[in-house]
Design a protein around this ligand. Structure first.
Ligand SMILES: *Cc1c(COP(=O)(O)O)cnc(C)c1O
Length: 491
């Protein structure tokens, strides 16, 4: 069922309400205009053609042509406001509209970055209060809101670890990096000159104290550990692992992007973590598809406070000011105050959720385990124990009929669901990584589970249907490499 076999190919609307969209250049008709300009009331003079050059190749269209074209294209989009978005590792949850309203308040949205401190007391107070909330949520000692993404928070943390070792008079060269770390972790460590050292996982997918004891030495700066890890499993030995690292002078970086699984339950400082970033655009809900925008605050234990980025926000009486005098600081990471409007959304989410942050964690973990339990046996579970906020299947059962993770993901689109994360984490072959988040109701999860079961049935009985998916979309299966490398942007 592709468009090319459709005899109404030329006709918009031929596929019900999924419009086939031609390029604007194909719709162009000579002389068609989208606006009329006032009659000329000055003498005409010809411009020197050598100054103007060739006229640009622009399509000639009416206003209604243009409005319909772009409005139709916008309906091809899919987001958390359209339906479930079960990407693992990304916490793509519903973003409450009250946060958007708060961020759009003119006093926040129109704030000029060059305003003097005395005129932005409210903004500084908001940031100071968000800092206090993040410290309460994590149990840590000090915080910087500057990093503008999780990955930049990691970089900040690793720069602080690097500065800490330098301050001790001897730099180290390696860092322990489990395969269950997020992909950005080794990159952040490498940017600081540290060589990532892989570590063997136990059969249940976690890091063991024995494995760490065997690797940790005086040339190792510490460990970067994602907890819950990218298998969605809690690192139960984290406190003991931290102790081993600390005994040999190392530090522990905790990737806290998965705070959605921990809030209200876990004390980060008690885990022995020295520095951690939070992805506020994930856990505290900012719309962040396509790589941004975000904020990745870093929280630290007291020993790392002197190295935090500047400026820091200080409270004196009921006034707030920015302090940049910190000789050991790793410096500035972002112009002005960071991605301020994301911070407004984060505080709004925390304050409107209030004491129910604990319920967020509970619901997120329950939802992931509900999906896991219901699809057990239908899809292979490489790690069958209960998960935290996300669960991982793979295509081992369906592969017997030649159906792969990619085919399953594409078929989900036909059934009205955004595919989950696929082929990540790399430690699981053909991974399908599902994070429903707390936003989805039981009805929604039941629909998703039914779709996944229907695909598993199809994979048994008519694998060719799954392999040909998606059939209900405007574009079926582009060559993914060519589509990314050879963009055709004009007619
Ligand atoms: C998303 C994520 C990151 C990276 O965060 P960005 O804001 O995308 O840079 C790091 N670690 C984990 C575990 C994540 O899920």
């Amino acid at each position: 069922m592709s468009h090319s076999s459709n005899s109404f190919n030329h006709c918009p609307g031929a596929r019900g309400l999924t419009f086939r969209e031609s390029l604007l250049w194909e719709r162009s008709r000579e002389g068609r205009l989208a606006l009329s300009v006032p009659e000329q009331d000055v003498p005409e003079s010809n411009l020197d053609p050598s100054l103007v050059g060739d006229a640009p190749d622009l399509p000639e269209l009416s206003e209604v042509d243009v409005v319909r074209h772009y409005t139709r294209l916008s309906t091809w989009n899919y987001g958390v406001d359209t339906g479930m978005y079960p990407l693992g590792s990304c916490t793509m949850k519903y973003n409450p509209k009250v946060n958007e309203q708060a961020a759009a308040l003119p006093g926040f949205a129109d704030l000029h970055p060059m305003m003097p401190e005395s005129c932005v007391q409210g903004a500084l107070k908001l940031m100071y209060e968000l800092e206090r909330d993040l410290l309460e949520i994590t149990g840590m000692h000090a915080v910087s809101l500057q990093p503008s993404a999780g990955a930049q928070g990691e970089l900040a943390g690793m720069l602080m670890i690097h500065a800490y070792h330098s301050s001790k008079g001897k730099q180290r060269h390696k860092i322990i990096m489990p395969g269950t770390a997020h992909g950005t972790n080794p990159a952040s460590a490498a940017l600081c000159g540290y060589k990532p050292v892989p570590v063997e996982l136990s059969s249940d997918g976690i890091v063991t104290p024995d494995a760490i004891r065997a690797l940790m030495d005086e040339d190792t700066a510490g460990i970067m550990i994602t907890n819950p890890n990218t298998l969605g499993i809690f690192e139960t030995h984290i406190a003991e692992i931290s102790k081993i690292i600390h005994e040999r002078g190392g530090l522990v970086y905790g990737d806290g992007a998965n705070m959605n699984a921990l809030m209200g339950y876990a004390d980060i400082e008690k885990m022995g973590i020295d520095v951690m970033h939070l992805n506020v655009h994930k856990t505290f809900s900012t719309p962040h598809g396509g790589g941004g925008p975000g904020a990745g605050p870093v929280v630290v234990r007291d020993i790392l406070e002197p190295f935090l980025p500047v400026p820091r926000i200080k409270k004196e009486g009921d006034r707030y000011r920015l302090e940049s005098n910190a000789p050991l600081s790793i410096g500035r990471l972002h112009a002005f105050l960071g991605n301020f409007s994301i911070l407004v959304r984060a505080l709004s989410f925390i304050r409107t959720t209030g004491k129910n942050l604990k319920d967020v964690t509970e619901q997120a973990v329950l939802n992931a385990n509900y999906v896991k339990a219901n699809l057990k046996g239908v899809y292979n579970l490489p790690f069958p124990q209960p998960s935290m906020h996300e669960c991982i299947f793979n295509d081992a059962i369906q592969q017997k009929n030649g159906v792969t993770t990619l085919d399953i993901a594409k078929r989900l689109i036909d059934l009205g669901y955004h595919p989950p994360t696929v082929y990540f984490p790399l430690v699981v072959d053909g991974a399908l990584m599902i994070e429903p988040t707390e936003s989805e109701s039981k009805d929604e999860l039941d629909g998703f589970i039914a779709a996944m079961k229907a695909i598993a049935e199809e994979a048994k009985n008519s694998p060719e249907t799954v392999k040909a998916a998606p059939e209900n979309t405007t574009i079926q299966r582009p060559d993914e490499v060519q589509a990314a490398r050879r963009l055709i942007l004009r007619g």
